[in-house]
Write a protein that binds this ligand. Structure first.
Ligand code: SF4
Length: 279
C-alpha cells in the first residue's frame, strides 16, 4: 500500500512573508523575488524542526483517522515519516539529524501517551483577508478539541533551550496573533486559544512544555492594521519595478545580525552593486 507523507511546509502567503518584509524589504526581495540561498545554521535548525513536525503531524493525523473509524495506516507511522522526509529532502543536514528527530518524536509520544484530545485538523491551511485585500494564510500544525470542550490551535515549536521568556516572546509573534484571529473567526465562542507546544531538542535533555502565552490584547487588537499596512507597503514598492538588489534596506544590528546569527543575505548586501554593473 502506498502511504501518505503529509505536507508540513509553508502556506501560500503566511506570516513569515510579512515578518521578512517588516524586518527588511531588501531581505524580502532577495527571499521571494530572486534566487535563494540558505546559510548552513538555519538549514540545520530547519531540517531538525521540519522532521520533528512531520513526525508529530503523522502521530496526530493517525489519531484522527482512528477516531473517525478510518484506517490510520494510510499514513506513515511517526518515525517512518521522519525517515521518509529525510530521504525525500536528501541533504546532509536531513540525514545527520534524522536520528535525533526520531528520538525526539519517540520522547514526545511517551511524554503525552495518555493524552487523547479530539483531533479536528492536522496541517491544514486557514486563510484570512484584512483591509485592502491583504491576504494572510497559515498552515496550522494541529487543531484539537480538549476535554473542556473548547477548540485550540496547537503550534509545535522546537528550540535548543526552553526558557521562561518563551510565553512572552511568542505571544507577540504575528504567527500566534494570526492564529488567535483565525481561531476566533472559525470557531467563535468555542475557541479556547493557542497552545504553544514547546519541544527542547537537546539530545541529553529532551524536555516538553506548554506554557500559557501572555494575552497581549493591545497587540492583538492592532494586528489586522499591521498586516494591512505591510501589504500596502509591499504593493507600493512592487509598483516601482525596482531591481531585486535595489529594494529598500533596513540595515541595523537587529536585522543584519540577530540572535540567530547573520541575515542569510548578509554577503549579498555586503557586496551589492548597482543594477547597471551586474553584467
Ligand atoms: S543584510 Fe541587512 S540590509 Fe541586507 S537583506 Fe539582510 S537585513 Fe536587509
Amino acid at each position: 500500500m502506498t502511504q501518505l507523507l503529509l505536507d508540513t511546509g509553508p502556506s501560500p502567503f503566511g506570516w513569515h512573508r510579512y515578518e521578512t518584509f517588516l524586518r527588511c524589504p531588501q531581505l524580502y526581495a532577495y527571499s521571494h523575488k530572486g534566487p535563494r540561498h540558505d546559510d548552513s545554521e538555519s538549514g540545520r535548525a530547519l531540517a531538525l524542526g521540519s522532521m520533528v513536525h512531520v513526525g508529530l503531524a503523522h502521530y496526530y493525523a493517525r489519531m484522527r483517522e482512528e477516531q473517525n473509524g478510518n484506517d490510520p495506516d494510510v499514513l506513515y507511522r511517526p518515525e517512518e515519516a521522519v525517515t521518509a522526509l529525510a530521504a525525500k529532502k536528501d541533504g546532509p543536514a536531513w540525514h545527520e539529524f534524522a536520528g535525533l528527530a526520531r528520538d525526539i518524536v519517540r520522547g514526545y509520544l511517551t511524554r503525552y501517551a495518555a493524552e487523547r484530545p479530539r483531533i479536528l485538523h492536522v496541517e491544514e491551511v486557514f486563510s484570512l483577508e484584512f483591509d485592502g485585500g491583504a491576504p494572510l494564510t497559515m498552515r496550522v500544525d494541529l487543531v484539537w478539541e480538549a476535554k473542556d470542550g473548547r477548540v485550540y490551535f496547537v503550534d509545535h515549536k522546537t528550540t535548543g533551550r526552553i526558557t521562561t521568556s518563551h510565553p512572552r516572546w511568542y505571544a507577540m509573534s504575528g504567527q500566534f496573533l494570526a492564529y488567535r484571529w483565525a481561531g476566533r473567526l472559525a470557531f467563535g465562542e468555542r475557541f479556547g486559544g493557542v497552545v504553544c507546544n514547546l519541544i527542547q531538542t537537546d539530545a541529553k535533555d529532551l524536555t516538553f512544555a506548554r506554557p500559557q502565552l501572555a494575552p497581549v490584547p493591545g497587540q492583538l487588537r492592532k494586528f489586522p492594521a499591521a498586516i494591512a499596512e505591510a501589504w500596502r507597503r509591499i504593493q507600493e514598492i512592487e509598483a516601482r519595478n525596482l531591481a531585486v538588489s535595489e529594494w529598500p534596506a533596513h540595515p541595523s544590528e537587529h536585522t543584519c545580525w540577530t540572535r540567530y546569527g547573520a541575515c542569510p543575505m548578509y554577503s549579498r548586501c555586503e557586496w551589492a552593486t548597482p543594477p547597471d554593473d551586474q553584467g
